[in-house]
Design a protein around this ligand. Structure first.
Ligand code: APR
Ligand code: PHB
Length: 395
């Protein structure tokens, strides 16, 4: 088989790239290792920046998002035993996040790809990426029990942080992986319990971070900071609910409890592959970078990458010039490091460092105090939380 762009992975990055390329008249094929049901059921992020929503609307992928997504113009910050409303839209000229589960976005993008005839193969794991130094790279993959090949002009590595594309790019020795591993993790929980608030509740409690989020009016999504190396078994339901109440609840506003349907430990790390390109292989999304989930930026970074990549590939098709493609990594990394920095700062601000002494704990309290008023710190936080522009070069 032959195409212009071979896309590895049918997560948000690969599927949105396919949508953008289709509308730009650039032919592509998407190869996904897992089955459709698995990919559509995989619970991940849920908070879309205004810029990401605008991209989805512009490419005709936001019909259900506009019907079912919930606009979040701010969140509650639980600090000094009180819950304070932090207004995001009020500080950013009306920009706000939208809560729309990644599972739903993936379903929408798969339905669109299927409807417009984009070749999207499930149960088709890519086993090798070859010929990167030439102008006709080849993807080797298996499908239906057979070894197959896909000849491309470009390969978009959208196969996540453990995928073949990142492994192949790092094996060239022409790229390096920057990494920060945090000394704590998140216990992530789904519960059949109605959310206790319409908005997110974040807490930088002295005992540790906690977050109250949601997936629907019936399902709560909750997180607790736990020590690195924790297992779900360390946190029986009652202990978990009690700790969530300690860190998030305030008098008169308890959390609503209900059956826990999933409990997992999520490590916190930041990673960036530099550069994000080698020859005809270009990484996008988690294949290129991971952020600590505190700022909910992983999905939004993936959107920003593929907007830049689609623009470069479209420019090449229209003009024959690779000028934009040649700047892909440079343009993406400017935004990636800005978002890494914000995600890191928000993580340190809201998590209790296990080795922090009394002096450092009071410094963190002072930094949180600065978010509570009409301060420059609050304005800068809001700008980053609502999201940097998706397409304009930052500087
Ligand atoms: N061949 C084909 N597909 C592969 C391979 C492979 N060798 N390896 C992995 N994949 C697929 C995975 O099954 C997955 O469906 O690539 C896809 C990668 O999707 P994601 O991991 O969701 O990454 P991305 O599309 O960059 O989206 C980033 O999703 O993981 C969350 O928190 C993350 O919200 C962020 C967003
Ligand atoms: C989530 O709902 O999964 C979520 C929301 C906000 C965050 C992190 C995760 O900052």
């Amino acid at each position: 088989m032959r195409t212009t762009v071979g896309i590895i992975g049918a997560g948000p990055a690969g599927l949105l790239l396919a949508r953008l390329l289709r509308r730009a008249g650039v032919d592509c094929v998407v190869l996904e290792a897992r089955g459709r049901a698995y990919v559509e059921r995989r619970q991940r992020a849920a908070l879309l920046e205004q810029g990401a929503v605008d991209v989805l609307r512009a490419c005709g992928a936001a019909d259900r998002l506009d019907r079912e997504g919930v606009r979040h113009e701010g969140f509650e910050l639980r600090h000094r035993d009180r819950r304070h409303r932090f207004g995001v839209a009020a500080r950013t000229g009306g920009r706000a996040n939208t809560l729309y589960p990644q599972t739903e976005l993936v379903k929408d993008l798969i339905a669109l790809a299927t409807a417009d005839g984009t070749p999207l193969l499930f149960d088709a794991p890519v086993t090798a990426v070859e010929g990167l130094d030439g102008d006709r790279p080849v993807l080797r993959y298996t499908h239906g029990g057979r070894e197959e090949t896909l000849e491309c002009s470009y390969v978009a590595g959208c196969d996540g942080s453990f995928g073949t594309a990142r492994r192949t790019l790092l094996a060239t020795g022409a790229a390096r992986l920057h990494e920060r591993v945090y000394p704590y993790a998140w216990l992530g929980v789904f519960a059949d319990a109605p959310p206790a608030s319409d908005e997110l509740i974040l807490s930088g409690h002295e005992r540790g971070f906690a977050l109250h989020s949601m997936r629907s009016p019936e399902v709560s999504r909750l997180y607790l900071q736990v020590p690195a190396g924790t297992t779900p078994e360390d946190w029986p339901d009652d202990r978990m609910w009690d700790e969530l109440d300690t860190r998030l609840a305030v008098p008169g506003h308890p959390l609503h409890r209900g059956p826990v349907t999933d409990k997992a430990v999520i490590p916190l790390r930041g990673q960036v592959v530099e550069p994000m390109r080698y020859g005809r292989l270009l990484l996008a999304g988690d294949a290129a970078h991971l952020v600590p989930p505190t700022g909910a930026k992983g999905l939004n970074l993936a959107v920003a990458d593929v907007v830049t990549l689609a623009r470069g590939l479209s420019h090449r098709r229209r003009t024959g010039s690779t000028a934009l493609l040649d700047r892909y990594s440079e343009l993406c990394l400017r935004r990636v490091w800005q978002v890494q920095e914000f995600s890191h700062a928000m993580t340190v601000l809201l998590h209790a460092a296990p080795d922090a002494d009394a002096y450092e704990r009071r410094l963190r309290t002072a930094r949180l105090d600065r978010l509570l008023g009409p301060t420059a710190a609050a304005a800068e936080f809001a700008e980053n939380y609502a999201g940097l522009p998706m397409d304009a070069p930052l500087i």
